[in-house]
Design a protein around this ligand. Structure first.
Ligand code: SF4
Length: 118
């Protein structure tokens, strides 16, 4: 029968304490990042390239006036990322888009998934 090893139990307790301390630090950092304005974080995002495969499929352009109107007849003059329901950049020149997580789109851009803000 195995003897009770007080030394190993202490080591396990210490490991558990370290894990919990690290987890609470990570949760605190995540809460802090979540509290930052979305716009500030969008500034750090890499810009979506119009040559990105999904961007091409949706006809994304950084300048809405250059949208391929023949290929995307749903384009309506005046529609831009800035007035799209998926845009997360507020008044910033570049901002996040719910369709392109981790990338920033141009506020003056457009893609065929545009959904006008109500
Ligand atoms: Fe711009 Fe809207 Fe298309 Fe995103 S979904 S790229 S915000 S037009």
């Amino acid at each position: 029968m195995k003897k009770f090893d007080q030394k190993n139990v202490s080591g396990a307790d210490q490991g558990r304490r370290r894990f919990l301390a690290g987890a609470s630090t990570a949760i605190g950092a995540a809460a802090l990042v979540g509290a930052l304005p979305r716009q500030a974080r969008a500034d750090d995002l890499p810009h979506l390239s119009p040559t990105d495969a999904t961007a091409q499929t949706l006809g994304y352009v950084e300048d809405a006036t250059k949208a391929d109107k023949a290929k995307f007849p749903t384009y309506v003059a005046g529609n831009t990322c800035a007035n799209c329901n998926f845009y997360q950049g507020g008044a910033a020149a570049w901002g996040g888009c719910q369709l392109f997580p981790g990338k920033a789109v141009n506020a003056k851009g457009w893609c065929s998934a545009h959904a006008k803000k109500a």
